[in-house]
Design a protein around this ligand. Sequence first.
Ligand SMILES: Nc1ncnc2c1ncn2[C@@H]1O[C@H](COP(=O)(O)OP(=O)(O)OP(=O)(O)O)[C@@H](O)[C@H]1O
Length: 206
Amino acid sequence: MLEIKDFSKSYKSQKVLQISDLQIPAGIYWFVGANGSGKSTFFRSVAGMLPFEGHLKFEGIDSSSNTYRFKINYSEAEPQYPDFLSGQEILAYIAEVKKAKSGQLQKLVDQFGVGGFWKQNIGTYSSGMLKKIALISGFLGDPSLIILDEPFILIDHATVDLLYTLIVEYAAQGKSFFLSSHQDLAPEMLTIDGVFKVVNNTVTKL
Ligand SMILES: Nc1ncnc2c1ncn2[C@@H]1O[C@H](COP(=O)(O)OP(=O)(O)OP(=O)(O)O)[C@@H](O)[C@H]1O
């Protein structure tokens, strides 16, 4: 699914990640690592949101291709959106860009229960309300890989259960997941295919 070769990512002169050769087959994977180890940097690079050196291919498609960006969704750990936009405006835009099928956004809005506030400006949201908007954005369209960065933080118990259910449901449709979490995942809710550790400036399969 994902092929990484001679990958390197630095912020100015600080090298954060170096991966010489890594292949990740389709599946559900948990990424662990200490604060600042580089999980979000890895995710953003894989999602095509950060410049890097080296080669990334997803299902044989090079990361420089526009098609690549359609195949991978990324939901931020701590989302930041312009305060003056509403959740509805942001999600409608992402749904359009990601070519989401008619009805998908409304279904997710109903499932996450954001319909009561999503027309308000982002500036009025609690951290959990904002996180729900970011989580919905991760599922929009028809990506092959959904990357959810710290998906279980900030949300209430019912939303945690919903999220596990959605991951299982979307995985059954053939979608892969990269999940990061400092807390253990619930094995009774989700069967994962492997764990990767981000440590010593690289990504290693455990
Ligand atoms: N925009 C940036 N500019 C400069 N340095 C950055 C930037 N973003 C991240 N870093 C640095 O890169 C390193 C990895 O950060 P990253 O956010 O990827 O870690 P993380 O594993 O996701 O951490 P956490 O578990 O705390 O979320 C850290 O040393 C951080 O200071």
